[in-house]
Design a binder for this molecule. Structure first.
Ligand SMILES: Nc1ncnc2c1ncn2[C@@H]1O[C@H](COP(=O)(O)OP(=O)(O)O)[C@@H](O)[C@H]1O
Ligand SMILES: [Mg+2]
Length: 284
């Protein structure tokens, strides 16, 4: 069973495809809490979609550069990065790097330079829409752009919310999960009112689910009651293989494709892809 799943996920023959969206989808992966699975979700969904016939770009918008690390993309000081795009108008195409081993997957890395951007952006023209402009100026169309946000609601996250059509919120199945979410939703509403009228919270993903606890179950019910159909059926379990993968510069999809973590992210990616196709009654 495990071997079968692994073949389905790695898809070496390229036979298994997830439907490509009718139009390019830009998703902002946001939650101002740290450690809820934003980066893990960004990396694994991006790899899953790219392994199944979609052209995907990851924009690492967190100065910690975890998404760049997870995709094994060089991001030491001096590497051209998303900071150059935001502050110095360098085109995205000049800083995007191909992800080794995953055809059709590209990453705009974040270096330590980005740590200064939150402050430097304050005084630049059109400070909220720098990333939106950079993405729309990109000559090549991606099926998916995933923007991995930092754990804050500052100007970097606002840039991501202005550049995206959709917000994907990973929620960790823990007691304080819903606390602070109102603040995120308020910010999203403000951006929608003033800057990006079609922005939609399209997708909620439950992460680090521990089925041994009743608490996880209660949180899941709460989130489903509150967000309804936006919540993906697929739930990501807490799985040690998921947390080991980044130290090998890999996603769990390639590190251990037979694991429960990989299977769940595969299922989540498939659901997102199905929702992006209009004749499936999708949200996109
Ligand atoms: N499903 C999971 N099972 C086990 N560990 C996980 C899982 N998802 C994320 N982690 C680990 O939890 C930590 C925080 O995840 P991360 O994706 O970096 O969160 P964020 O980007 O929101 O700060 C990381 O060490 C990551 O490896
Ligand atoms: Mg992160």
């Amino acid at each position: 069973m495990e071997a079968l799943r692994a073949v389905q996920i790695l898809n070496p023959s390229g036979e298994i495809t997830m439907p490509r969206p009718d139009h390019p989808r830009v998703l902002c992966v946001a939650n101002q809490k740290g450690g809820v699975g934003k980066t893990t979700t960004t990396v694994n969904l991006a790899v899953a979609l790219a392994l199944h016939g979609n052209r995907v770009l990851v924009v690492d918008l967190d100065p910690q550069g975890n998404a760049s690390t997870g995709l094994n993309v060089p991001h030491h000081a001096g590497v051209p990065d998303v900071y150059d795009c935001l502050i110095d108008n360098v085109p995205l195409s000049e800083v995007a790097q191909a992800v080794e081993g995953i055809p059709n997957l590209f990453c705009v890395p974040a270096t330590i330079d980005l740590a200064g951007a939150e402050i430097e952006l304050v005084s630049v023209v059109a400070r909220e829409s720098r990333l939106a402009r950079a993405i729309s100026a990109h000559p090549e169309k991606f099926d998916y752009v995933f923007i991995d946000c930092p754990p804050s609601l500052g100007l970097l996250t606002v840039n991501a919310l202005c550049a995206a059509q959709e917000v994907l919120i990973p929620i960790q199945c823990e007691y304080y999960a819903l606390e602070g979410l109102n603040q995120l939703i308020n910010n999203i509403n403000l951006v929608r009112q003033h800057l990006n009228p079609t922005l939609d919270v399209s997708t909620i993903l439950l992460t680090m689910y521990d089925r041994r606890t009743r608490l996880a179950d209660a949180v899941e019910q709460d989130v489903r009651n509150h967000f309804g159909e936006k919540v993906l059926h697929a739930v990501i379990p807490r799985n040690v293989r998921v947390s080991e993968a980044p130290s090998y510069g890999q996603s769990v999809m390639t590190y251990d494709p037979g694991s429960r973590g990989a299977t769940s992210y595969f299922e989540a990616a498939l659901e997102i892809a199905m929702r992006g196709v209009s004749d499936n009654g999708g949200t996109a």
